[in-house]
Design a protein around this ligand. Structure first.
Ligand SMILES: [Zn+2]
Length: 316
C-alpha cells in the first residue's frame, strides 16, 4: 500500500515481476510459451502434444484413484465420473494442479472415512446418512478449482494460480473442519448468533473444527509452495488465509442462508427431508434453494477471492 502511494508505478511493476517469475501455474516458462505459440484456443487447429500426453496420463491415474474410491464406498457412480473428468482436465493443465487435486482428494477421503460410524451417530438426526460423494458434491468442492486452473493456463497470470489454490484450500479447510469438528467439537456454536447448535448442522463452529480448517488450508497451500515454481512464502500465507476465510464463509452462509428444516414431531432442526423418526420435515429457515452443495461452491469462490486479496496486500 505504502509503495503505491509513494509513486503510482511500482505496484504494477511488481505484479509483472511476480507474474513473470511464475508465468503459469502449470509449469515453467517453456511450456507457457507452448500455449501462446500454438494459439491453441483461438485457431483451434494445432494440438498441444504435451497437453494430450498429460491428459492421457491423467486419465490413467484418475481412473485408478477414482475406481479405488468408488470400490471403497467414497464415491457414487456419478461422483466417480465427475472426479475422473476433473482429474483429466486438471492434469492436462499441469502437473502441480494434479498434485494439489490428488492431495485434496486423498486427505479428505481419508478424513471422511476415519471413524465414520461414530460420526454418523453424531449426525444421525441432522444430516443425510451417506459417506458416498455424488457428482454435485464433487463439482461443488472442486469445480471452481478446475475452472481457475484452466483460466491460469490460458492467461498465464499468476493471480489465477493463487485464486485456484485458494479455492481448493477452502474446500480442504471445509472438509477437514467438518470431519474433525464433528468428532471432537462436542458443543458447536452458530458462527452468526453464537448460540449452541446441534452437532452436524451447517453453520456451527468449534475450536477443534476451526483449528482443523486452518490445517486443511495450510496443507494445500504448503503443497502449492513446493509444486509451483516461484510460489513463495507470501503466497503460501495468502492461500492459507484465503482458504480459511472461505471456510468461515461456508459456516456463515450455512448459518444464515442455507435451507434449514424442522421436524414437528421431535421439535428439532435438521437438514434431512425425512427425520430418523420417520416424520417428513418442513422447510422453515434460509433460502429453500440454498443447498449445502451451493454453500460449498460459494465458499470455494470466497476462498479464491480472499487468497488474491491477501496476496495483493502481501506482494513485495
Ligand atoms: Zn423427528
Amino acid at each position: 500500500m505504502r509503495q503505491r502511494e509513494s509513486d503510482g508505478t511500482p505496484s504494477k511493476l511488481s505484479v509483472r515481476t511476480v507474474a513473470d517469475q511464475l508465468e503459469c501455474a502449470c509449469v515453467s516458462r517453456g511450456r507457457r510459451r507452448e500455449f501462446s505459440q500454438y494459439d491453441y484456443y483461438r485457431r483451434g487447429v494445432t494440438i498441444d502434444q504435451a497437453l494430450i500426453i498429460r491428459g492421457l496420463i491423467g486419465a490413467v491415474a484418475a481412473g485408478i484413484i477414482t475406481g479405488w474410491a468408488r470400490q471403497r464406498g467414497s464415491l457414487t457412480a456419478s461422483g466417480q465420473w465427475a472426479a475422473f473428468f476433473m482429474g483429466v482436465i486438471v492434469t492436462a493443465v499441469g502437473w502441480p494442479w494434479a498434485a494439489l487435486l490428488i492431495a485434496f482428494f486423498l486427505t479428505s477421503t481419508a478424513l471422511t472415512r476415519w471413524r465414520a460410524q461414530e460420526k454418523l451417530q453424531y449426525t444421525r438426526a441432522t444430516l443425510p446418512q451417506s459417506t458416498e460423494r455424488t457428482a454435485t458434491q464433487v463439482f461443488a468442492n472442486g469445480g471452481a478449482f478446475m475452472l481457475l486452473a484452466v483460466a491460469s493456463a490460458q492467461s498465464g497470470n499468476f493471480w489465477w494460480v493463487l485464486a485456484g489454490t485458494g479455492a481448493l484450500a477452502a474446500a480442504s479447510a471445509d472438509t477437514w473442519s467438518t470431519e474433525i469438528g464433528t468428532l471432537f467439537g462436542a458443543a458447536p456454536r452458530s458462527i452468526l448468533t453464537w448460540r449452541p447448535i446441534t452437532r452436524g448442522m451447517s453453520g456451527g463452529i468449534s475450536v477443534p473444527g476451526t483449528v482443523a480448517g486452518l490445517a486443511g488450508s495450510l496443507c494445500i497451500a504448503a503443497l502449492a509452495t513446493f509444486a509451483i515454481p516461484g510460489f513463495g512464502w507470501r503466497m503460501t500465507v495468502a492461500a492459507t488465509l484465503g482458504g480459511f476465510v472461505g471456510c468461515l464463509g461456508d459456516s456463515a452462509l450455512g448459518a444464515g442462508w442455507q435451507s434449514r428444516r424442522w421436524c414437528d414431531r421431535c421439535g428439532e432442526w435438521t437438514e434431512r427431508r425425512v427425520h430418523p423418526c420417520g416424520y417428513r420435515t418442513a422447510h422453515r429457515r434460509g433460502f429453500v434453494w440454498m443447498s449445502n452443495d451451493l454453500v460449498n461452491a460459494l465458499a470455494t469462490l470466497i476462498g479464491a477471492i480472499a487468497a488474491v486479496a491477501v496476496g495483493r496486500l502481501l506482494k513485495p
